[in-house]
Design a protein. Structure first.
Length: 242
């Protein structure tokens, strides 16, 4: 059985993924941004889940999460599920936090980054990106960046399985009540990539939708864009990848 961190697991797809992994017998670390949100995770903690608390908007809090987890039993996988679709937290939560956790956590064997089909509308340009979130950032851009981060990790860390997952437009708080995709399929792929020994799940560098590999935005596998993105993130956070 694996030990798996699921960020943003107080509700939505993260909560469903954590619940399913816990039911399958895996060790799960759930995450909430504050104590109030953490209280909602009580039922999962009562079933054996560990918990970590910290606001992914705040870089010092992300560093604290990483330090806390590095002092515990090592992780086998991380599902970077937490995300926001509008407001000043878009860039901090959707790309800065996943990057920092990737850079700071003792390398797990599997990395799963939850992205979106909206990444196809993202612009592969790093000019004038407000990483601090002082201006409302583009959700599509943030998802293009995190999808490229997943592909870059698949290239640069050959001992790690790194993939991006589009869960589809599902009826969660973020997706809204009129979302038309299958909620069950919306969280199944990230669980499978984080824990399964199926041959397809043991591949890396993919962009997945409902357990099928798909072709992402062309910039995702552009190594020059990947390298520029990683350089910008390292300079912005003061934390390069090892």
């Amino acid at each position: 059985m694996s030990r798996i961190l699921v960020t943003g697991s107080a509700d939505g797809l993260g909560r469903l993924a954590a619940d399913a992994l816990l039911s399958a017998g895996h060790g799960v670390v759930v995450h909430a941004r504050n104590p109030e949100r953490a209280a909602a995770l009580g039922p999962l903690v009562d079933r054996g889940a560990d918990i970590v608390v910290g606001d992914l908007v705040e870089r010092d809090a992300v560093r604290g999460i990483a330090a806390d987890l590095n002092g515990r039993e090592p992780l086998d996988a991380v599902i970077h599920n937490a995300g926001v679709w509008r407001g000043n937290a878009v860039m901090p939560v959707n790309i800065i936090a996943p990057y920092l956790l990737t850079a700071l956590l003792r390398a797990p064997r599997r990395l799963v980054y939850v992205t979106s089909g909206s990444h196809y509308d993202g612009q592969p340009s790093l000019a004038r990106v407000d990483w601090l979130g002082g201006r409302s950032g583009s959700y599509a851009d943030s998802k293009l960046f995190v999808t490229a981060l997943a592909a870059a990790m698949g290239r640069l860390r050959p001992g790690v399985l790194s993939n991006a997952v589009d869960p589809g437009w599902v009826p969660t708080k973020m997706g809204g009540p009129y979302a038309s995709d299958d909620l069950e399929m919306g969280h199944r792929t990230q669980e499978w990539l984080a824990s399964s020994d199926d041959p397809e799940a043991l591949t890396s560098g993919g962009y997945w939708y409902h357990q099928r590999r798909a072709e992402p935005h062309p910039a995702v596998h552009d190594t020059a864009f990947q390298d520029s993105l990683l350089k910008a993130l390292a300079e912005e956070t003061g934390t390069p990848l090892d």
